[in-house]
Design a protein around this ligand. Structure first.
Ligand SMILES: Nc1ncnc2c1ncn2[C@@H]1O[C@H](COP(=O)(O)OP(=O)(O)OP(=O)(O)O)[C@@H](O)[C@H]1O
Length: 251
């Protein structure tokens, strides 16, 4: 059942994501400069940095949604072209038209289109998988609800369910807890931890410095360049935070 890439062993030697010499510009302005980054498999990695640091751009570039000026990217040792179905991606909630007339259940099923192909209709098994994913984020009661009628936190959870239903070894989420209340944020963070504990690799743009330490185990500190990266308990230091955020961080 499910797609064949579920069988990719996320604990094989090598990195879940390996990035070398990545440079991205918008017009003439460099937004990411000479990024080298390694994220090991099976971690819950946070990408942090100030507004405009290039966090979303980094995710889009590694996913091939933006064309870098330079760079070399590998997922589990292989090029993106071979690994697309091993990666689920959830963009920032604001980047989506939530007025589009569709239900929460349909949005989650859309996550299966990579597996199904756009022209094959989802069947009962796919529907059941979508419902199971909604259940995992505590949203099964909302399967038939129009997405425009969901709160921001509920929309985030539907988006996470859409990533979950794909059952991929790598999950990339852009600010999955932006604009949600503390209770919902904790639900989402605990869910991400459960996925990590099942061996998945999570790469997450996260904005809340107050809880990054409690939930993540790997950190990439970004501000156009990588300021620091590694196991969170080694690099989440005042010095690195200052180097990343500058004077915006109060003492
Ligand atoms: N499509 C675009 N065209 C031109 N410039 C862009 C575009 N998208 C982003 N930028 C610029 O690139 C820089 C990095 O943006 P990006 O969205 O990657 O930052 P971020 O770290 O994700 O920020 P935030 O925390 O505010 O979401 C910013 O200066 C932004 O203004």
């Amino acid at each position: 059942m499910g797609n064949t890439l579920e069988q990719v062993d996320t604990h094989e030697p090598g990195f879940a994501l390996h990035v070398e010499d990545l440079t991205v510009t918008y017009g003439a302005t460099p937004v990411l400069w000479d990024i080298d980054m390694d994220i090991p498999p099976g971690v819950m990695a946070a990408v942090i940095g100030p507004n405009g640091a290039g966090k979303s751009t980094l995710l889009k570039a590694v996913l091939g949604l933006l064309k870098p000026v330079a760079g070399h990217i590998r997922f589990l040792g292989r090029p993106l072209s071979e690994m697309r179905q091993a990666i689920a991606y959830s963009p920032q909630r604001q980047s989506v038209d939530w007025d589009f007339p569709t239900t929460a259940g349909d949005v989650v099923e859309m996550g299966l289109y990579g597996e199904l192909g756009w022209f094959k209709r989802p069947n009962r098994e796919h529907r059941a998988r979508a419902l199971a994913a909604l259940q995992e984020v505590g949203m099964e009661a909302f399967a038939e609800r129009q997405i425009s009628e969901l709160s921001g936190g509920q929309q985030q959870r539907v988006f996470i369910a859409r990533a979950l239903v794909q059952n991929t070894p790598i999950i990339i989420l852009d600010e999955p807890t932006a604009g949600v209340d503390v209770t919902t944020e904790n639900i989402i963070l605990e869910l991400m931890k459960r996925l990590r504990d099942r061996g998945k690799t999570l790469i997450v743009v996260h904005h809340d410095l107050t809880n990054v330490q409690a939930h993540f185990d790997w950190l990439v500190m970004l501000n156009v360049q990588v300021v620091a990266q590694g196991p969170l308990n080694e690099i989440f230091t005042e010095e690195n935070l200052r180097a990343t955020y500058g004077r915006r961080l109060s003492p």
